[in-house]
Ligand binder design. Structure first.
Ligand SMILES: [Zn+2]
Length: 119
């Protein structure tokens, strides 16, 4: 029986030191590239003069607050912005800039919330 763990540990220790600065730079670059990629997938904030969330498209009169997103400050609604802040990627939703669509979504959300709390 040989002991691969002892020789392996010494190897990875020295390799880790070399990797650290390089890796941090690579990770930083990758994160920036990802954010750029995410920003490309976002939509315009202003449609017909009205603010819409760049991720889900909900208009300003329905959006609960405005938060930071891949496009910058106040580019996403509260729900999408929270997800972005927590996961560093856009909330996976269907983009739709129509008010009716989001009112319908909200109504469904409220209905399920009422159903949840009424038992
Ligand atoms: Zn949104």
């Amino acid at each position: 029986m040989n002991a691969p763990s002892s020789s392996g540990a010494a190897d990875s220790e020295s390799a880790e030191v070399v990797l650290t600065t390089k890796r941090v730079k690579t990770l930083e670059r990758e994160a920036k590239e990802k954010e750029k990629e995410y920003a490309d997938g976002q939509h315009a904030n202003i449609i017909d003069g009205i603010w819409h969330c760049s991720n889900c498209g909900c208009p300003e009169n329905i959006a609960i607050g405005r938060r930071k997103g891949p496009l910058g400050d106040k580019s996403q609604c509260g729900t999408c912005g929270k997800f972005w802040h927590r996961h560093r990627r856009p909330c996976p939703v269907v983009y739709n800039s129509s008010t009716e669509y989001h009112l319908d979504l909200l109504q469904k959300l409220r209905q399920s919330a009422v159903a949840d709390s009424s038992y």
